[in-house]
Structures are given as C-alpha cells and as structure tokens.
Design a protein around this ligand. Structure first.
Ligand SMILES: NC(=O)c1ccc[n+]([C@@H]2O[C@H](COP(=O)([O-])OP(=O)(O)OC[C@H]3O[C@@H](n4cnc5c(N)ncnc54)[C@H](OP(=O)(O)O)[C@@H]3O)[C@@H](O)[C@H]2O)c1
Ligand SMILES: [Zn+2]
Length: 340
C-alpha cells in the first residue's frame, strides 16, 4: 500500500513495488499481520510527523510475520523464525543509538514512519530490532504488542516508576496503549482506575484488569479517585489524551503524585498554576519514544504472561479504506489489524 499524497483513504493504493533488498545486518520478513497505529492515520492526513517522512511512503509500523531472508552478518535469526520488530530502527551508529535510545537517534528511522512499512507483502528490518515470538503465541496476537506495549512499558515503568500497591489512573482506557498499561500495572501489583467513553470500553478495561472503570462523563471523577484511594489520591496518572483530560489528571493526583504525558489526541494546550504543582510536590513527566530495552522488557513480559490486546477489527490489505474508518472512529477497542 503506497501513500502518494496527503488526504483521505484514496491517497493510499495497492501498487507493485520492488521487493526489499536485505543488507548485511537486516532481515526480510513476510508480513502475516500489520497493526495500524494513530500515527499511520495522522501521516496519511498530513503533514508527515516523523522527521524525514517522504512521499511515496508505505505505512504500517507494527507487524508479525515469518523471516524470509537474513543478511550475511546476521546469526541470531534464521529464515522461518516467527517474529515481531521494534519499529524504532535507529541509524545504528550515533550516540543515542549506541545506548539503545533509538527514538532519539540523530537521524531516526521509524519503520512505517519514515521508512517503508508493513502494509506490504514483505518488510525490511534491522536484525537488532527483531524479537522472536514464542510458539505458544499466535502471530495474530503478537502483532498487537509492539508499539502499544513498548510505549506502555516506558510510561508505566521506565518513566512512571509504578510500584506494587500504588494506584494508577488511565484515560481512554480501551485504546491500545491504555489497555497495555492496565495489564502491565496489574502485573506489577498496582491498582488501576480506568476512564473511557462507553460501557463497552469499560468492559474491555475491566477485562484487562482495571479495578474501577468509570465513564468520561462521571460527574465528579476526582472524588471517585479520591474515594477509591481512601482519600490519598492517585500515585500515577498516564495521560495521552491531553486537553480534555488534563484537569482531571492533575486534580486526582495525591501528594507527590506523578503524571506521565505521552500524547495529545484531544489537543495540545493546557493551563495550570505553578503553585498547584509545587505545593503538592507533583511531578510532570514526559514520555516520548521508548528505548530498545523497554521494547525487549515489554515483549518478554507479554510472552511470559501470555499478554496481548484484543483485535478491534481485521481487514485484508485491499480493504484498508474501511480499516482507516474503524481506526478513526472513537469507538475502537484494541488494535485494528490488516492481513496483506
Ligand atoms: N509517546 C509515545 O511514544 C507514543 C507512542 C504511541 C502512541 N502515542 C500516543 O498515545 C495516544 C494513544 O494511542 P493509542 O494507539 O493507544 O490509541 P488511540 O487510537 O490514539 O486512542 C483513541 C482513544 O482516545 C480517546 N480520545 C480522546 N479524545 C479523542 C479525540 N478528540 N478523538 C479521538 N479519540 C479521542 C478515545 O477514548 P475515549 O472515548 O474512551 O475517551 C479514543 O478511543 C495517541 O495520542 C498516540 O499518538 C504516544
Ligand atoms: Zn542513531
């Protein structure tokens, strides 16, 4: 699927393109499933958000598939291996890449973000970004892991430092990142309050482990979180929604509470007084791109506990237009998946 312009679904069409050529440290994977992300949709509408984005472009960051070919310097992976990959590829040589912080590479390469992605029969990835999928996990489940769980791991653990016994609040609870965060928080022994826009989403949040699931139109969300935490307030809030949730995020935190900011789906501008932050000892934490260690830790945690996300809908490649519609609608629960 090749994007040739910015706009509606019509700017992406099925085309014949040359098969990827495997470099010495690369692998070529036959894509079984591609999981869509909001970034795919945003970059289709335009403008390109990842530095270095160029048209024509093949979208699709998350995939699961079978290795077809490996480069001459690759010994850890073999043809036939069932794999997923960290879409954050990096350049391999800059100071950030050398410490595993590929998201902040000087010339970042994001598979499906600014390099050819997985809405294709074959995809090229660096061998160091590849993780083997255990035989017990179907590829259809594995495709739900990469971006959602690595992002959630980074937010919950690496940045949020969530401890057993603490209380976490998540918004947009049935979104992929939020469902992953709920599952990881429960695995860590925390309790979770989840907010979402519909009863079906609340059911999904509960299925992922949320202890208390409340609708966005809950009359007094701060009071509900305060009651749930016996008056203490939340220890950690994850907020990727932005403008519409910011006030609740800040107000439901307890003394020395942390809020991790990792998205702005509803808007980017918020306001607050400095006093309300420093008087209560709050910590405002940004979570941009996860590290390669986050990716490995997240996928390992999923493999050992059998964690994955629900599939909201699955479409063949030629029905991508319908898939974009599902992704763009606000009632999606879990991942939208494409089968090339
Ligand atoms: N920092 C990072 O590294 C990183 C990585 C990946 C993703 N992200 C960001 O994290 C966020 C979540 O991504 P995701 O893939 O889990 O899910 P998503 O598809 O972006 O989440 C959609 C949900 O957001 C809520 N929402 C609130 N306001 C909305 C609005 N104005 N329009 C549409 N939806 C709105 C809705 O839930 P309710 O109706 O239940 O409120 C909706 O179901 C995105 O902003 C994404 O860009 C950040
Ligand atoms: Zn680099």
């Amino acid at each position: 699927m090749v994007q040739t312009d910015f706009g509606g679904a019509e700017v992406v069409s099925l085309q014949d393109v040359p098969e990827p050529v495997c470099g010495a440290r690369d692998v070529v994977v036959e894509v079984a499933y591609c999981g869509l992300n909001r970034l795919d949709l945003l970059q289709r509408k335009g403008p390109g958000l990842i530095p270095g984005f160029r048209l024509p472009h093949v979208p699709g960051m998350d995939f699961a598939g079978t290795v077809m070919a490996t480069g001459s310097a690759v010994s850890s992976i073999a043809p036939g291996d069932r794999v997923i990959a960290d879409p954050t590829q990096g350049c391999g040589g800059c100071p950030r890449c050398s410490v595993g912080d590929r998201a902040y590479c000087v010339s970042p390469r994001i598979l499906g973000g600014n390099t050819p992605g997985a809405l294709a029969a074959y995809v090229l990835a660096s061998a160091e970004s590849i993780v083997r999928v255990p035989a017990s996990l179907p590829l259809a489940a594995a495709v739900t892991l990469p971006t959602a769980f690595a992002t959630a791991w980074h937010a919950v653990h690496t940045v949020g430092a969530l401890d057993a016994g603490e209380a976490l609040v998540v918004h947009a609870a049935a979104s992929p990142v939020s469902l992953a965060a709920i599952a990881l928080a429960k695995q860590a022994g925390a309790s979770v309050v989840a907010f979402a826009g519909s009863d079906a989403k609340l059911a999904a949040a509960r299925a992922a482990g949320a202890d208390l699931a409340l609708r966005n139109d809950e009359p007094d969300p701060v009071k509900a979180v305060t009651a749930f935490t016996d008056g203490a307030g939340a220890d950690l809030v994850l907020d990727h929604v932005g403008t519409s949730t910011w006030r609740t995020s800040l107000d439901c935190l307890g003394i020395r509470g942390r809020v991790v900011l990792l998205g702005n789906t509803s808007g980017d501008q918020v306001s607050f007084s400095l006093r309300e932050v420093f008087h209560r000892g709050l910590k405002l934490l940004g979570a941009g791109g996860y590290t390669s260690a986050d990716f490995v830790a997240a996928t390992s945690a999923c493999f050992s506990a059998g964690l994955h996300l629900p599939t909201a809908a699955q479409f063949p490649l030629e029905d991508l237009a319908e898939a974009w519609d599902v992704l763009g609608a606000r009632d999606t629960i879990g991942k939208v998946v494409i089968t090339p």
